[in-house]
Design a protein around this ligand. Structure first.
Ligand SMILES: [Zn+2]
Length: 317
């Protein structure tokens, strides 16, 4: 199980928040000088964030309270241009970015997000990408990490996902079963989680699914084989979840994301480039990509293997 879901504290303790606040203010001059140099050179990093669940109160480490979510997005709006994943990817691939920008994403697919966070983002016309685990959406079963935590929460329904897609939200795949793809070396199973979940999701929401977020998203959960299969399946990009900032000139296929906790200082510290973490982004798993990605999606959604893929079977019900 991923360290995020194993964490035993609900939020960063007060003393850690105070230390982080002092550290952030002490390193502000360094950050500012680095930002000015980057802006002049067109090398301003692209910040991509991920949330899981926004609810009235944060009752597990992967939930942000509604009040804190509003504070965080208000701070982001003031300091960054909020862009969608495609624009983030364009700026990375273009190799030049002069303006700070950030992109909001969500993983898993929690029904609670539809109470406040998503309607508010839609109303404010703030773009975001929404990665869903197909099995939970189709079955209505709570996520395994919530059951282990002892507080199961409802996943989104298919109707909610279709409504989001119809509202123009970028719906991405978070796999079929939220499996750790780093622990799977069977190509057929990986194909089912990557291409199978994508094809079924596309069929259900009647929209192209362009992005994949690796469940758990740590380097150990992302193998070169899984990256290769995601590329061959025709995904525009895949997202990890172990932190780091994306630099203009990166390949733009593997997008680094920063997780957001239930406090403001953690977000402020990470999004402005914590000097301690700047080398992290260079640890990214890489594969050598061909110049032109294969695009097997010729308009005919398919599932691998067609007869046995559980994504295909569940979508019939
Ligand atoms: Zn997840």
């Amino acid at each position: 199980m991923n360290c995020l879901y194993r964490s035993h504290h609900l939020a960063r303790p007060l003393w850690k928040r105070l230390v982080l606040t002092v550290y952030y203010h002490a390193t502000r001059p360094v950050r500012w000088r680095r930002h000015l140099r980057a802006a002049a050179a067109g090398r301003v990093p692209v910040v991509i964030l991920f949330y899981h669940r926004v609810a009235e109160a944060a009752d597990n480490p992967w939930t942000v309270s509604q009040r804190m979510f509003a504070r965080q997005v208000t701070w982001l709006r003031k300091n960054f241009e909020l862009v969608d994943l495609a624009e983030s990817q364009r700026r990375i691939r273009h190799g030049v970015n002069h303006r700070p920008c950030a992109c909001i994403t969500f993983d898993d697919g929690y029904a609670d997000n539809c109470t406040y966070a998503l309607p508010w983002l839609l109303r404010e016309r703030i773009p975001f990408a929404y990665f869903v685990t197909l099995h939970n959406v189709l079955s209505g079963e709570p996520f395994a990490h919530d059951l282990l935590w002892g507080k199961p929460h409802a996943p989104n329904t298919l109707e909610q996902i279709c409504a989001l897609a119809d509202a123009g939200v970028e719906i991405g795949s978070h796999g079929f079963s939220h499996a750790d793809l780093g622990a799977i070396d069977n190509r057929q199973v990986l194909d089912c989680e990557l291409a199978g979940s994508r094809d079924t999701l596309q069929r259900l929401i009647r929209r192209t699914v362009r992005y994949f977020a690796f469940p758990f998203g740590q380097p150990s959960n992302i193998t070169p084989l899984a990256l290769r299969l995601a590329w061959e399946a025709g995904y525009e990009a895949v997202c990890s979840a172990y932190g780091g900032l994306n630099l203009p000139g990166d390949d733009g296929f593997h997008l680094l994301r920063i997780g957001v906790d239930d406090d403001l200082i953690g977000l402020v510290n990470a999004a402005t480039g914590d000097p301690r973490h700047l080398s992290k982004q260079r640890q990214m798993p890489r594969i050598v990509l061909a110049e032109t990605p294969p695009h097997p999606d010729d308009g005919q959604a398919k599932c691998y293997p067609p007869a046995t893929c559980p994504a295909a079977v569940e979508s019939q019900h």
